[in-house]
Write a protein that binds this ligand. Structure first.
Ligand code: NAD
Ligand code: UDP
Length: 311
């Protein structure tokens, strides 16, 4: 059944793929964004369609839309961007989520909160399961985002308990794919751009820290399944394949045919050492698991960057 759906942060990297998918499924989409890190170019294909509406709005200011579902993604996701204005980041996570939950309560919508693996901080449990409460530095440079997202989760479950709002919580692990901004600052886009331009590849620390990279189409499929499910506890959405940053750099070099050399730069403060999702809950309760391997997804990402920036 077609629905009217709000996507906050819909002009961003993940949001734009989500809007496209929701429309392809026959829904009507309202895309709300303040264009802090999002771009009109991401949703160019959708502008002008009768089933797509673009609203320029900051989610920190109250608003209401008569919708049945809300995917709440509005928030900068890259450490470079979320640390630029940390107070703004916390405000977006807290005030923005409060506004979304108030709207959901008012109009009777179900909400999916885009949370993050950052709620686990620099984890002592590996791989990370949803039961783990995390190891987050509440006063470090990542705190504005990590604690902001933890608060967003706390708000969501409180609205569910107190007011009966239907909430779904996706704990997203590093996701990549076409349309990442070339100056986004996250590792995949940095490495791809550096390789295509034959510039040095910036490895932070010794490059032995690990991450698990999920292709954006897989994540979007997980979002839709989670929203449609009865799972009202947080769910990890990520690809359990675990790679060091050196391995990622080598694969990116191979796929781009780049001549770039590695340069080593200081490891950012509180940079998590290991990260890998345990996706048992998503597999068992949503029937979801990623289908696109890093080599394949990275190849598609490289092709998209090549079309945009050359190289
Ligand atoms: P992104 O920066 O490309 O997208 C975020 C979007 O939110 C942008 O379009 C931005 O303009 C918009 N936005 C920011 N603040 C806003 C505000 N106050 N009001 C309205 N719009 C605002 O990042 P992304 O990778 O697409 O991430 C989307 C969501 O998923 C974020 O909530 C992020 O925390 C979460 N997430 C992403 C990843 C990932 O690896 N991509 C991992 C964990 C969590
Ligand atoms: N990183 C890197 N070089 C870069 C950008 C990032 O080595 O140019 C490392 C960073 O230190 C971290 C990992 O890559 O260990 C992932 O960083 P990203 O900012 O993509 O996301 P995070 O998972 O840290 O939020």
């Amino acid at each position: 059944m077609a629905k009217r759906i709000l996507v906050t942060g819909g002009a961003g990297f993940v949001g734009s793929h989500l809007c496209e998918r929701l429309i392809a499924e026959g829904n009507e989409v309202v895309c709300l964004d303040n264009f802090f890190t999002g771009r009109r170019a991401n949703i160019d294909k959708l502008i002008g369609r009768h089933d797509f509406e673009l609203v320029r709005h900051d989610i920190c200011d109250r608003t209401t839309f008569e919708v049945e579902e809300i995917y709440h993604l509005a928030c900068p996701a890259s450490p470079v961007h979320y640390q630029k204005n940390p107070v703004r980041t916390i405000r977006t996570c807290v005030q923005g989520t409060l506004n979304v939950l108030d709207m959901a309560r008012e109009v009777g919508a179900r909400v999916l909160i885009a949370s993050t693996s950052e709620v686990y901080g620099d984890p002592h449990m590996h791989p990370q399961r949803e039961e783990y409460w995390g190891n987050v530095n509440p006063i470090g440079p990542r705190a504005c985002y990590d604690e902001g997202k933890r608060c967003a989760e706390a708000l969501a479950v409180s609205y569910a308990r107190q007011y009966g709002v239907g909430v779904r919580i996706a704990r997203i692990f590093n996701t990549y794919g076409p349309r990442m901004h070339e100056s986004d600052g996250r590792v995949v886009s940095n490495f791809v751009v550096q390789c295509l331009r034959n510039k040095p590849i910036t490895i932070f620390g010794e490059g032995k820290q690990t991450r698990s990279f999920c292709y954006v189409d897989d994540l979007v499929e997980g979002f839709l399944r989670l929203m449609a499910s009865d799972v009202d506890v947080p769910v990890n959405l990520g690809n359990p394949g675990e790679f060091t940053m050196i391995e990622l750099a080598e694969l990116t070099k191979e796929l781009t045919g780049s001549k770039s050399a590695f340069v080593y730069e200081p490891l950012p403060v509180d940079d998590p050492v290991r990260r890998k999702p345990d996706i048992t809950r998503a597999v068992e309760r949503l029937g979801w698991k990623p289908t696109i391997a890093l080599r394949d997804g990275l190849g598609r990402t490289v092709a998209d960057f090549r079309a945009r920036i050359g190289g």
